[in-house]
Design a binder for this molecule. Structure first.
Ligand SMILES: Nc1ncnc2c1ncn2[C@@H]1O[C@H](COP(=O)(O)OP(=O)(O)O)[C@@H](O)[C@H]1O
Ligand SMILES: [Mg+2]
Length: 260
């Protein structure tokens, strides 16, 4: 069907001492191959749970998660992940941190080839010359760049980004948004981004999915049919302002707040 990800009618509850705790309810999301899906929703609604279901780290009570035409029934090596707190290993250099997924997914790949691949990505995100530094020697934004390289190095089917830019200052964040567009242009990938930043969702997303409050269901889907790489100025144009207003209203509904 051309979709890389198909989340169909996914319902899930955590089992807790006080009984089932419903988190997702009849959730539906389709992500075409090569496209970028941004997901926004109230805090605690089930966004990170969704990422774990896609990665095959958990399985839904009801419904199905399809990845590349296969039902997800076990953990997926073909998923790259990056989080708000880049979990880089301090005892490894930046280069060796980025090479790590290749050691796991492609153990027979010659070391020189792994290294060349990691260096290529690091150069793409502007980290040439920092390959031999340790994570603590880099700024937060640089660590997040390295973390993106690590998520992409093994050419995963999909890269899942769970609020990766949330802890960065506004200017660093905007730099990284632009880097995402540059990366996509050089090396197309499919992405699911969890964010609480509506501007980020509109700037990066080909579609923006608004989840309802918990248990989260697909409340609203917005297509953003603007080819990349997108200029940051795009966010100040009337069409973007209109999109942001619509999303803000949807988030208020998701939060159960009255809409004026
Ligand atoms: N392993 C778990 N067991 C029980 N409850 C959980 C577990 N993981 C998350 N939750 C609860 O499920 C809800 C959704 O969590 P999460 O998916 O992390 O939300 P989000 O990422 O949208 O903030 C939250 O209320 C959270 O406390
Ligand atoms: Mg979360």
């Amino acid at each position: 069907m051309g979709n890389l990800i198909d989340i169909k009618g996914v319902t899930h509850a955590y089992k807790t001492k006080s009984g089932p705790f419903p988190v997702l309810r009849d959730l539906n999301i389709s992500i075409p191959e090569g496209s970028f899906c941004a997901v926004v929703g109230p805090s605690g609604c089930g966004k990170s749970t969704l990422t774990r279901l896609i990665a095959g780290l958990m399985f839904p009570d009801q419904g199905e998660v399809w990845l590349h035409g296969e039902l997800v029934k076990s953990p997926r090596k073909t998923v790259g992940m990056a989080f708000q707190n880049p979990v880089l290993l301090e005892w490894r250099t930046i280069l060796h941190n980025v090479m790590l997924p290749l050691e796991i997914v492609a153990p027979t790949m010659p070391r020189a080839q792994k290294e060349a691949r990691a260096r290529e990505l690091l150069a793409l995100v502007g980290l040439e010359g920092f390959e031999n530094k340790r994570p603590s020697e880099l700024s937060g934004g640089m660590r997040q760049r390295a973390s993106l390289c690590r998520a992409l190095v093994h050419k995963p089917d999909i890269i899942i980004l769970d609020e990766p830019f949330g802890a960065l200052d506004a200017f660093t964040r905007e730099d990284l948004w632009q880097t995402m567009h540059q990366l996509r242009e050089k090396e197309p990938f499919t992405a699911l981004l969890i964010t609480h930043d509506l501007r980020e969702s509109v700037y990066l997303g080909d579609q923006v999915v608004v989840l309802s409050g918990r248990p989260a269901t697909t409340q609203y889907v917005m297509q953003v049919d603007i080819p990349g790489p997108r200029p940051l100025e795009m966010l100040y144009r009337p069409d973007s302002i209109q999109r942001l207003a619509t999303l803000r209203r949807e988030i208020q509904i998701a939060q159960g707040r009255e809409v004026a």
